[in-house]
Design a protein. Structure first.
Length: 477
């Protein structure tokens, strides 16, 4: 036998030997047969593995593969033949399956049954397991009891004494899922993208928002609202589901800047047509500095009343005492600079005819008023409707007139017009509550009133005719 023939014989012999696999190892194989409960997978050489048929079906119960297809799976056990898994160990029924899951690093189903000072008691099939408080979620849970009664996927951290001591973690499973989806999520995070997210934490300078896959961006307080927000906590809270716009992505550091107010209309877009020099407007003082007072004329529109525009008080900085933060007064428009987004104003003397004639920057929306707005964005609790620059109202889901299982996004597409009635509106225009359901109710009531008035008029006319006939009959006698 030649050297070439000997090499070929050696390679052939090696190829037919059964390959050796370890628990937890990810392998690829070809489906060679499909039985009633399991499918058989060729994984190289003489090695053949089997996988539960249920793991190869979709949610509707339809088989997703056929003979000849290649699949990727994890080695669950190698004892009595090679057993594979694609979805982890769900509804684990025996200690052996739990131990296999522990060694293979697969996830298992568990139901949270109780909570104590140290953590949670979780039932995995017939076994009791312990999940520390810090391992139930990626973020800190304010009320640990919210997890009781829920079923989650867990990773087994410790498996000792034949299953008498089992320590598990949901956090590890969530982190693994995040890591798996992080690459796909990062591809969608580009400037100007509009994405859903969850507020993870709120700090003095802003809030961190989880965009999915464990990727977080910073929503700075200056990008939360066109109005001057005193604290980020006044706008968002940890756990809130919000929609944000990607402003910047720093490829070098990986930092992501997000915006909330950018999804709303810029109130400055209408300043050129609504503000003119000489007008007298009502405004509220938001802050006082050495050089003047800043005045909010409407949400997102701030003007400066320079210190030099106040009458002398006889002492340095005495003017500031006459106009503390929170003061609402009349101000005259002195200048409008659209390019720099600056408006200069001067305080109008209280009690003067000019102050009495001051107009608010926007008409106050009285409850019951019917207005037409445009859908600005959706949240799980309702729809935000743009009414005018700087003025957006919330239509709660309960006021949309839709069924609970209706698709809010399809019913109210972004940019579409919607007719709504004002339920509540504060004087500042910051909090406006709207209702589409109330529009129909108002019109129905108006129709009923009109019908009642028409019926009364007809009845009165009929009674009048009867009286006239009776009078004429009496005269003829």
């Amino acid at each position: 036998m030649s050297e070439h023939e000997e090499d070929f014989a050696t390679l052939f012999e090696a190829s037919v030997k059964a390959r050796r696999f370890e628990q937890g190892q990810t392998i690829e194989g070809t489906i060679v047969a499909i039985g009633a409960e399991v499918a058989f997978v060729s994984v190289g050489g003489k090695s053949e593995a089997q996988i539960d048929l249920a793991e190869l079906k979709d949610e509707a119960g339809n088989l997703e593969v056929s003979i000849g297809d290649r699949i990727q799976a994890v080695v669950l056990s190698t004892g009595d033949g090679i057993t594979l898994s694609r979805k982890g160990v769900r509804n684990a029924a025996t200690q052996r399956e739990l131990e296999n899951a522990f060694r293979a690093g697969l996830a298992v189903d568990g139901r949270v049954e109780n909570v104590n000072k140290g953590g949670y008691e979780v039932r995995i099939a017939r076994e009791r397991a312990f999940c520390p408080l810090s391992q139930i979620d990626i973020v800190r849970t304010a009320d640990p009891a919210v997890h009781v009664g829920k079923t989650y996927m867990f990773r087994i951290l410790e498996y000792r004494d034949g299953g008498k001591s089992i320590v598990i973690s949901r956090r590890k499973q969530l982190e693994a899922e995040q890591q798996a989806s992080a690459d796909a999520v990062r591809q969608s995070i580009v400037p100007d993208a509009v994405l859903p997210g969850r507020v993870v934490s709120v700090l003095d300078y802003g809030a961190f928002v989880d965009l999915g896959g464990g990727i977080q961006g910073l929503l700075h307080v200056s990008d939360m609202s066109w109005s001057r927000a005193t604290t980020p906590g006044a706008v968002v809270a940890a756990g809130d589901q919000i929609t944000v716009k990607v402003l910047r992505v720093d490829e070098g550091t990986g930092k992501i800047s997000l915006g909330l107010k950018q999804l709303q209309g810029d109130p400055w877009s209408a300043v050129g047509t609504t503000y003119t020099v000489g007008q007298v407007r009502s405004g509220r003082v938001t802050r006082v500095t050495d050089f003047g007072a800043f005045v909010e004329l409407e949400p997102g529109i701030e003007a400066l009343a320079h210190a030099s525009t106040f009458p002398p008080s006889g002492r340095k900085g005495g003017w500031a005492a006459s106009i503390p933060v929170g003061t609402t007064a009349a101000f005259e428009i002195l200048s409008v600079d659209l390019a720099q987004k600056r408006i200069g104003v001067a305080l109008v003397e209280e009690g003067s005819s000019r102050a009495a004639a001051a107009t608010a920057s926007q008409n106050v929306l009285a409850p019951g008023t019917i207005v037409v707005g445009k859908v600005e964005r959706h949240e799980r609790f309702g729809v935000f409707v743009f009414l005018s620059p700087g003025r957006t109202g919330l239509m709660p889901f309960s006021e949309t007139g839709l069924d609970r299982d209706a698709d809010l996004v399809k019913a109210f597409p972004i940019g579409s017009e919607v007719e709504v009635a004002v339920l509540e509106a504060d004087a500042s225009g910051r909090r406006i509550r709207l209702s589409r359901k109330a529009v129909a109710q108002q019109r129905e009531q108006a129709q009923l009133r009109e019908y009642a008035e028409r019926s009364d008029a007809t009845s009165a006319k009929s009674m009048g005719s009867l009286a006239d006939k009776l009078r004429d009959a009496l005269k003829g006698r």
